[in-house]
Design a protein around this ligand. Sequence first.
Ligand code: SAH
Length: 220
Amino acid sequence: MNDEPEMVTDAERKMQFLYALRSKGVTDNQVLGAMEAVDRGPFIRGLFAERAYEDMPLPIACGQTISQPSVVGLMTQALEISPRDKVLEIGTGSGYQAAILSKLARRVYTIDRHRRLVHEARVIFDALDLNNITAITADGSHGLPEQAPFDRIIVTAAAEDPPGPLLAQLKEGGIMVLPVGQSDAVQHLIRVRKTADGLKYDEMRAVRFVPLLEGLGKEA
Ligand code: SAH
């Protein structure tokens, strides 16, 4: 035995990261492949950068958080994305979730109410050559009417109910995944399928997301 700190190689860190995802129920190989391909490191700056490969949410700029990788995986898996899909994300945050979506879908539109987050995410998308993502500063609760309808919609901030405009902008046959519930109480991930017979809801696990807020963010 010696007192040297144990060295963890990049390959080992990646294996641990994927193992944690699998053990929390992320089993879809396409999703795991996308999460293996996109390094979470660049999406986290400063103090917490070294914890990028742990399965935990971390603080980012503007008082927001990058979601826990296993939650990103479960939400992505629940979307059942196919390569021709046009996807809308509300809540760009760090851009990590959008980057994962971009590996699975044809086109990703992602909206955040904080201009600074959108700007920083764009810089990373460019650096990583993710050319099928359009990042927009706006209040995403109105959706993106000029690009609607969408095959898939994901909301990564919690509302009390699924916003009406987003349900309206979902294609028939489409799927939307979002957390619902009050921001200071228990929230649940739900999946909404839009069928010819109407909307079908199923409830997934309990989660904790920052709230979906109205209007644009005040810049720090
Ligand atoms: N998906 C992100 C994490 C999102 S954190 C990631 O992968 O890192 C939730 C984000 O939702 C925050 O950045 C917050 O600014 C944004 N948000 C909250 N309300 C919003 C709204 N009405 N429209 C657009 N973005 C909103």
